[in-house]
Design a protein around this ligand. Sequence first.
Ligand code: HEC
Length: 133
Amino acid sequence: MRPVTIVGREIPEPLTTAPGDPERGRTLVVDRTRGLCLLCHAGPFPEERFPGNLGPDLSGVGDRLSPGALRLRLVDGRALNPDTIMPSYYRLQETVRIGAAWRDRPVLEAQAIEDIVAFLITLRDTPSERPVP
Ligand code: HEC
């Protein structure tokens, strides 16, 4: 585990030196066996059917939240909302509640967190800011 420093409601520093890859991030977000994001979130994923609605729609989230705020949300959303049902994806302690195979490691690797942050910041409401596919 890499050390993380929470500043206000953000983790301003990336967890890895290698920058996040938005394409890998998208793959993780829609992967129903890894991130499980779509269990609770809808978003601009037209190919994915039956998204959940327990959390906010991720469309435009890159306009609403900074990279540092997205990083904290993924690493440990309980720092933002102690009662959240969203899993803490890079918080070691929580892994004692899940299967033995996952003990002593976070749900997602540091690079996966950065990849997902890199993807989420591309989700804009303003069409002109959408990245060229
Ligand atoms: C078990 C349900 C659940 C899962 C799984 C889940 N989330 Fe969430 N998420 C939530 C809820 C509920 C919120 C609303 C805020 C809160 O609870 O504090 C939220 C909030 C968010 C926010 C802030 C959105 C905003 O507009 O403020 C982002 C970004 C986010 N989730 C991304 C993700 C990503 C990416 C994944 C997968 C890696 C994921 N979530 C998995 C339930 C979930």
